[in-house]
Every structure is written in structure tokens, then in C-alpha cells.
Design a protein around this ligand. Structure first.
Ligand code: SF4
Length: 380
């Protein structure tokens, strides 16, 4: 089976105040060493994977902020992807970009190197909230980035948004949605702000210096984004994702269908066959191990069949159309009700799940309670 490839670029211009991803301050020398190490990692997988697993249906270069790398580095990474892997016809190639780190030349380089989807971290249209989040850009820079991306030939743009920011009201959020929609993106991801432990924003909330968004307001904002985008022709196809017809993110669909992917770069995760493994998050160790000719894997886990079935269910339930029951049966040789009959009965009785058109799906009531539903399928 062809796979999806994820590449983690672990650099950002500055750490956002809510972020707990693995990322380091951008430094040209470190970025140069990273690029050398990453190409070695690709070469090692080229030797170790079979021809089928070297065939790529999607590539996603994320981070961090991939576009804080100079365009020569980005071009070299993409060239490495095509030297060491085989791109299937119609491959989807996404690069994450932050406003303030792109110019026309860099965007044209990406487009010429085969990138056909750009994901821009816009987050909010309010400069006040952008500052609160510690983002390095203004909303005007985000608008400028969209204009430049169109000029460079990108006709598949995702804009990432965050809601439930402390101090944000439903009216602010509606205003933000209107402004973002005027940019006519093909795809929108809208996630509520997560206050991750250890981040400056979470600390300030814990110390009472900033008031978090009320749960009710957050729920109202979630309902608002669904109604607003669906009314304007977007398909709500995953809990937090919306697309114009034909523009669903195929890379992320790999994860939600629980299909194989390989992750390269510090802290990247992979899942191939019945094995899940992840790289060290330390940039130094990542580089040293690759220089020594070793894969920088920090941990491996063999997945039991029960684990794979449970994960396939709760990942599939993230999709609005739900989990395809025939696909589940052909993959595992078992009817889903034989395996999870009790959970399905219980959650259906509570009005959170239903079987509809041969799919198991969350109900409208279950959607905002998705995490509680997923926990029912996690093995003890
Ligand atoms: S740009 Fe993204 S990865 Fe970098 S610090 Fe901000 S949220 Fe984290």
C-alpha cells in the first residue's frame, strides 16, 4: 500500500505563547545541519523500505514553521523527497507556512518544486488576539500571504484558525469568520485553543492573570463556525475541518482512516504495518544519530489487533460521515458490532452515536462530546 509522508521542520522565528510542539528558534547553522540530517534519514529509509512503502500518495511538510527555512533548503528537501521516494500521480504536497515568513520568490520556488497545497497559520483576524497568542504576524500580513500565494499559482489554500481565545466573544469570532471567508480559501481548519501545560498562556490562566474562555462560549463558537461555513458551501467533513467540494485534505484523511504514514524529522511519529515508532525530539541527538548512520528512533510499539481496531474506530469517528463499516470488516475480518457491540449500544442509547448509511457516526449531540465518546473505545 502507498503511504503518506510527514516531514517535521523544527524551527520557528519565535515560540507562540500557547505552543507545546517541538520547535527551536530558527538559526541558519542549525537549519543547515538539520537539512543534511533529514536527507540522510530519507536515504536510510530508501534502503530499508520496500518499493510499495516508498510510493507516496501525500506529502506534508509541517512544523514548526517550514517557511522560516530559506527557499534553497525547502527546494533541497523537496528534491530529496522525489529522489528517495516515488510520488504517485496526483500526489498531494502540502507545506505549512506562516504569514511573515513567505515572499513571492519562496512561494514560487515551492510551487515549482511540486507543492500544490499551502496551509497558512492565520489563526485570527484580530491583531490584539494575535499578540496575546504570541504570533509573529499581523492579520494584514496574513492577507498579504494569501495574495502572494494566489499569485504564485496556489489554487488549494488552507487557513488555520483558532477560537475560544481568552477575551474572544462570539461576535468577535463571527467577524473573524467573515474576514477570513473574504479571502476565499478552499479549506479551513478551526480548532479551539488548547491550554497546554507548561506554556506561558496556560501559566497565566492558572495564576488567574488571564480569564479563559467559558465552556458555553466555546461551544457557541463551535456551533457558529459549522453553521457559518456550511451555509456558504463548505463541507464539514471532520470535527474541525471544512472544505470546498473536492478540497478535503488527503494527507489528514490518511490519519483519520488509520492508514500507514512515515514521519521524518525530530519528534516525528510513524505508523507502518503493525508498528508505531517516533523519533527523538532532541535536534542534537537527531543529527548525531543520523551522522553515525543510525535511524533517530526513540521508541517503538507493536500494535495489537485490538488496539488497531479501537484506533480505527475513534479516528474514523472524527469524520462527519463516520467510520465506513464495510471497510472496517474487510480490514479486520470482523463485524464492528461483534467487537464493540456494547459501546455502540450504550452510546447510541445516550444519543451520541448512530449507524447511518453503513457508517458509524457521531450524532449532532455527540460531536462536541467527541473526546468522551472516543474514550469508550480505548482499551483499558
Ligand atoms: S508557529 Fe506553530 S509550531 Fe511555531 S511556535 Fe507557533 S504554534 Fe508552535
Amino acid at each position: 500500500m502507498a503511504i503518506s509522508l510527514y516531514i517535521h521542520v523544527p524551527f520557528c522565528l519565535r515560540k507562540c505563547r500557547y505552543c507545546d510542539f517541538v520547535s527551536y528558534s530558527y538559526d541558519p547553522e542549525a537549519a543547515c545541519r538539520y537539512r543534511v540530517a533529514l536527507l540522510r534519514e530519507m536515504a536510510l529509509y530508501h534502503e530499508r523500505l520496500g518499493p510499495e512503502e516508498r510510493r507516496l500518495k501525500t506529502i506534508f511538510i509541517g512544523g514548526g514553521t517550514p517557511t522560516c527555512l530559506p527557499e534553497e533548503d525547502l527546494a533541497a528537501i523537496l528534491e530529496g523527497c522525489s529522489r528517495y521516494f516515488q510520488w504517485l500521480p496526483g500526489v498531494e504536497v502540502t507545506v505549512e507556512a506562516n504569514p511573515g515568513t513567505v515572499d513571492l520568490s519562496k512561494l514560487r520556488t515551492l510551487r515549482c518544486a511540486g507543492v500544490n497545497r499551502l496551509s497558512l497559520g492565520v489563526q485570527t483576524c484580530s491583531d490584539h488576539f494575535l499578540r496575546l497568542l504570541g504570533r509573529v504576524h499581523s492579520f494584514n500580513q496574513a492577507v498579504e500571504a494569501v495574495i502572494l500565494a494566489r499569485r504564485a499559482g496556489f489554487d488549494n489554500l488552507n487557513l488555520d484558525l483558532i477560537f475560544a481565545i481568552p477575551g474572544q466573544t462570539v461576535a468577535n469570532w463571527q467577524h473573524c469568520l467573515r474576514k477570513v471567508l473574504s479571502l476565499r480559501p478552499e479549506h479551513i481548519s478551526a480548532y479551539s485553543l488548547q491550554l497546554e501545560e507548561g506554556t506561558p498562556l496556560a501559566r497565566e490562566v492558572a495564576e488567574g492573570r488571564i480569564l479563559p474562555c467559558e465552556e458555553e462560549t466555546e461551544l457557541a463558537m463551535y456551533r457558529e463556525v459549522i453553521d457559518f461555513l456550511v451555509d456558504r458551501g463548505y463541507e464539514h467533513y471532520e470535527i474541525s475541518n471544512f472544505a470546498r467540494p473536492g478540497y478535503r485534505c488527503r494527507h489528514n484523511l490518511t490519519y483519520w482512516h488509520n492508514e500507514p504514514y512515515l514521519g521524518l524529522g525530530p519528534a516525528a511519529h510513524s505508523c507502518l504495518g503493525d508498528e508505531r515508532f517516533y523519533n527523538t525530539g532532541s535536534l542534537e541527538e537527531y543529527e548525531a544519530r543520523l551522522l553515525a548512520g543510525e535511524l533517530p528512533v526513540a521508541g517503538r510499539e507493536r500494535l495489537s489487533r485490538d488496539t488497531m481496531m479501537a484506533e480505527t474506530v475513534f479516528l474514523g469517528l472524527r469524520l462527519i460521515e463516520g467510520l465506513d463499516l464495510a471497510r472496517f470488516e474487510s480490514r479486520f475480518g470482523k463485524n464492528i458490532e461483534e467487537v464493540f457491540g456494547e459501546q455502540i449500544k450504550k452510546l447510541s442509547r445516550l444519543g451520541l452515536l448512530k449507524i447511518h448509511s453503513k457508517h458509524l457516526k457521531l450524532t449532532a449531540r455527540g460531536l462536541p462530546l467527541a473526546n468522551a465518546v472516543f474514550r469508550e473505545f480505548v482499551l483499558p
